[in-house]
Write a new protein. Structure first.
Length: 189
């Protein structure tokens, strides 16, 4: 079994401004750094074998802060990268309500497949270990939907710097597809 602690990155400048970040790097703001430091302090004496992060700066910076007391380098993976919002990227989120989705938004099927591959990667790379992985709002939702075998809209939104435990007891490589309905529900990422 792998104990996977899934965390959302700390608040960013664009989170606070309600800007759709998607796969841009992003920058933690003062609140985001404080959130990461609070998790760092809470986890300082807990056993962690590995720290894994999205390869986007806002998640990597969060993971590095949390990993500091452990002296462990953070491993990055594009599998944990946030959903690609295409032409919605960089836009003010409240202005997007009701707009037709651009064709270049990453499909939900592709997002859920990345989530499944992420769980497969963690399960096979870190057997019988404890891993803290820092991702983003929507990819973390997708990871949890695959893990629980439910629709994404059944997964509660994670707040910035929130941590949830997923105990991986099997490989997800051949996991059945997750229902990709209700694709148009998204939150600030």
């Amino acid at each position: 079994m792998v104990k996977l602690y899934l965390m959302r990155h700390g608040e960013t400048v664009d989170n606070a401004r309600q800007i759709m970040q998607g796969q841009v790097q992003g920058e933690l703001n003062d609140m985001g750094r404080q959130q990461a430091e609070a998790v760092r302090d809470e986890w300082a004496d807990r056993h962690v074998d590995a720290f894994v992060s999205s390869d986007l700066k806002r998640s990597y910076d969060t993971a590095c802060i949390v990993a500091q007391p452990h002296g462990i380098s953070v491993v990055t993976t594009p599998l944990l990268r946030e959903r690609d919002w295409g032409d919605f990227t960089g836009r003010y989120i409240p202005d997007l309500k009701g707009l037709p989705w651009p064709d270049n938004v990453e499909s939900l099927d592709h997002l859920l497949d990345r989530a499944r591959r992420f769980l497969h990667y963690i399960y096979n790379t870190y057997p019988n270990q404890t891993v803290l992985a820092v991702g983003h709002g929507i990819i973390n939702k997708a990871v949890q939907a695959v893990y629980h075998g439910c629709k994404m809209n059944q997964v509660t939104r994670m707040t910035n710097a929130e941590v949830r435990l997923l105990e991986l007891t099997h490989d997800y490589e051949s996991e059945a597809g997750v229902d990709a309905t209700n694709d148009k529900n998204f939150c600030i990422t």
